[in-house]
Design a protein around this ligand. Structure first.
Ligand code: ADP
Length: 243
């Protein structure tokens, strides 16, 4: 029996080491792509493309977009490393949903509007519970932004919050592209994307859901996902009221 245990430990160790290597390789790749493009377009501009005003603007737009991606990536990486440190301190407060939600709805209404996506909110009045208000806002915003990103114009996203004696349930649903069954168990992994090109186009870092999962678990909660390709996706966050 002891031998079996030792064997397990070694495979676990190898697995962790492999994950670490994959992570470093992923980060390097993700950083390299925008840097290569920023460098390339700057060089082309300096080599004479600047004389063509239209081209100049086009290249500068790319440079700006790629720098924004780089910034988002570095921000998400820092965030993730903070969350992964054991000493992560949540700043717990009583959250009154009705006030807490206005920040979220204001931001999302605008983004959804820009893409002609309708945004429905269904809120049970008077819910309050204990948690880190800023981190949980980040969770809901991330899920709603994904909803917008992965839903075509004319679609719908919705936010529903309800509670019972012990738990609060936050449901974020969309009528978007959905997630194939064979990918669904991987979407919380760092840098996993169903469609890399699509995620890059919408400015995604591939780290959003990994961050979401960390925050939810730090609250002793859990996150569930249901999805059907071309129909839509629903994420449900379940948070215990006391912990
Ligand atoms: P990204 O920055 O790529 O959106 P996330 O970690 O937020 O990274 O999500 C990981 C992947 O899960 C996405 O690339 C996408 O393939 C898939 N995904 C997440 N949310 C949705 C959604 N609402 N509908 C369809 N696919 C989604």
């Amino acid at each position: 029996k002891g031998a079996v245990l030792v064997f397990h430990d070694i495979t676990d160790l190898k697995r962790v080491e492999q994950m670490r290597k994959d992570f470093v390789a992923n980060v390097s790749h993700e950083l390299k792509t925008p840097i290569t493009s920023i460098r390339g377009f700057s060089e082309t501009l300096l080599d004479g493309a600047m004389e063509d005003e239209k081209l100049c603007k086009q290249f500068l737009d790319i440079i700006l977009k790629e720098s924004s991606r780089l910034q988002a990536l570095v921000q998400d990486l820092l965030e993730l490393s903070k969350l992964e440190k054991e000493e992560l301190q949540l700043s717990k407060k009583m959250i009154h949903i009705d006030e807490w939600i206005t920040n979220i709805t204001t931001l999302i209404e605008q983004q959804a509007n820009n893409k002609s996506i309708s945004f429905k909110v269904n809120l049970e009045k008077g819910i309050s519970f204990y948690g880190d208000p800023d981190r949980l806002q980040q969770v809901v915003l991330n899920l709603l932004y994904n909803g917008i990103n992965y839903t075509a114009e004319g679609g719908e996203i919705s936010l529903q919050i309800s509670s019972d004696k012990d738990a609060v349930r936050i449901k974020v649903a969309d009528t978007g592209i959905g997630i194939p069954e064979d990918s669904i168990h991987r979407i919380f992994e760092r840098f996993y994307r169903v469609d890399r090109a699509r995620s890059r186009n919408t400015g995604g870092t591939g780290l959003g859901l990994a961050i979401v999962k960390h925050i939810v678990e730090a609250h002793k909660g859990k996150i569930e996902v249901e999805s059907e390709v071309n129909k839509g996706t629903t994420f449900t966050v379940i948070l215990p009221k006391e912990w």
